[in-house]
Design a protein around this ligand. Structure first.
Ligand SMILES: Cc1cc2nc3c(=O)[nH]c(=O)nc-3n(C[C@H](O)[C@H](O)[C@H](O)COP(=O)(O)OP(=O)(O)OC[C@H]3O[C@@H](n4cnc5c(N)ncnc54)[C@H](O)[C@@H]3O)c2cc1C
Length: 423
């Protein structure tokens, strides 16, 4: 059996940077990937443009985007944080640019922008190649053999492989068609690790209401969404969202979706959508009055054209008690008030989340208490390390999730014996 210093399991962004870094600091590295090709999920990132990281410059604010578990990342970020990540990619031939929401992408001409993810993957493959990382494709690890608190070897569908240390970078359970089928949780559990229940995150939310489909795929801008659990407000977001066939989606919904499973365990989760957050009730009421005066010869169904985008009107008509064909001149002031209330308080009841098939990331994973944040080494199994989405870490959209991979992968790649190595 050929021996290696390090075996990296999983050839996504975390595994690739870990393998490259381990090789760079002098290790003989084997990377084992079950797919035919590497980085399948990475190639989808940012609609193939690859939102590499985020330009938020304050470390505390950056870490706060990961919730309570963000503290765990402090050590890895201090060694290889967003700034070092940008330096790494810039040095390796990927210039970057910052866009709306501080999102950082490879800087490519507009016509080539969707090649961003491929460029990032090529850069990582080159990094591995430079370090003579040996790559086994179509090799699925089936089990890890543990002896005396150490990984002794791993068994793939083809052979047994052994090394001094092992880095688990098998990803989570989201988008399983890319290869991330949660295998690594089983291997971590074999090594004694607790797994925090994986749930889909950055994923559309399902609602009881079926009328949502009346405005499906229409992008609502500048709306406010308030979340309550058993009537108590727990969250509020402002920005863009959309209705779908089964519920709601879009940036503000996707970003709060990580919390939905926990909220549903506590009770009934309601969403209240304010279509006109910039107007208070009196302002909205006088706006409605003005519009109805202007369109006093029309029926109600045709009097909303100035107030609402046309794609939204069928949905509002469906929810309003005012008959569509009622002449506007006969719409009472109470009815106008009800309409204003409706526009500021469209109520939805959350039914669940779409499945892992549609989730951008996984919430949950290897329990952080059992991993050393400074080295990413297991506290239970001395030659086992973790990197990337397999860990109980997840952030919102905006480049925060790939940053987990770059930081934890790079640091795990260096390994504990190599802590004195500098860039
Ligand atoms: C559509 C989409 C768009 C995204 N866009 C962005 C974005 O723009 N910015 C951002 O920050 N994040 C984005 N993400 C999230 C980001 O892609 C993930 O966080 C990241 O890919 C996780 O990397 P990873 O290396 O930990 O795991 P993965 O990328 O899941 O890679 C794990 C690898 O391990 C392999 N593997 C699994 N089990 C085994 C086994 N038993 N044996 C051998 N190999 C195995 C898999 O085949 C896979 O290649 C996006 C995700 C999706 C789905």
């Amino acid at each position: 059996m050929e021996r290696f210093d390090t075996i990296v399991i999983g050839g996504g962004p975390a595994g690739l940077i870990a393998a490259g870094r381990a090789a760079e600091v002098g290790e003989r590295v084997l990377l084992v990937e079950k797919n035919d090709s590497l980085g399948e999920k990475l190639l989808l990132a940012g609609k193939r443009r690859c939102n590499l990281t985020n330009a938020e410059s304050d470390m505390r604010t950056f870490l706060s985007r990961y919730g309570e578990n963000g503290r765990f990342l402090h050590g890895a970020f201090s060694r290889f944080g967003p700034r070092e990540t940008l330096g790494f990619f810039n040095r390796h031939g990927i210039p970057t640019k910052t866009e709306r929401g501080n999102r950082i992408f490879p800087d490519l001409p507009p016509a080539a922008s969707t090649q961003g993810a491929q460029k990032v993957l090529d850069c990582l493959l080159m990094y591995c190649k430079k370090g003579n990382v040996r790559i086994l494709r179509k090799s699925a690890v089936k089990t890890v053999k543990i002896k005396n608190g150490r990984v002794e070897r791993v068994v793939t569908n083809i052979e047994e492989l052994a090394a001094d240390r092992y880095i688990l970078a098998t990803g989570g359970k989201s988008y399983p068609k890319t290869g991330s089928t949660g295998d690594g949780y089983r291997f971590a559990a074999q090594a004694g690790h607790a797994i925090i229940e994986p749930t889909p995150a950055i994923v559309p939310v399902k609602t009881h209401e079926t009328w949502v489909k009346l405005a499906r795929n229409f992008n609502l801008r500048n709306v406010r969404l308030t979340v309550t659990v058993n009537g108590q407000k727990v969250d509020e977001r402002f920005g863009e969202m959309e209705f779908t066939n089964f519920g709601v989606s879009g940036p503000i919904v996707m970003d709060l979706s990580a919390f939905v499973s926990d909220w549903m365990k506590q009770g009934t989760v309601n969403l209240t959508l304010d279509l006109k957050p910039a107007m208070n009730m009196p302002t909205l009421l006088s706006r409605i009055e003005r519009d109805f005066e202007k369109y006093k010869d029309r029926e109600f169904g045709r009097a909303l054209t100035d107030l609402l985008p046309s794609a939204l009107i069928p949905l509002v008509l469906n929810l309003s008690d005012i008959p569509e064909d009622k002449p506007v001149a006969y719409v009472s002031s109470e009815e106008q008030e009800d309409l204003a209330q409706l526009l500021k308080n469209i109520s939805l009841t959350v039914n669940g989340l779409w499945s892992f098939d549609h989730a951008i990331v996984t919430k949950g994973g290897v329990c952080l208490k059992e991993v050393d944040p400074a080295t990413l080494r297991s506290k239970l199994c001395e030659n086992l390390y973790f990197a990337g989405e397999i860990l109980d870490l997840n952030g919102p959209t905006g480049g925060f999730n790939l940053q987990i991979c770059w930081s934890t992968g790079y640091v795990a790649g260096e390994g504990i014996r190599l802590k004195s190595v500098v860039n």
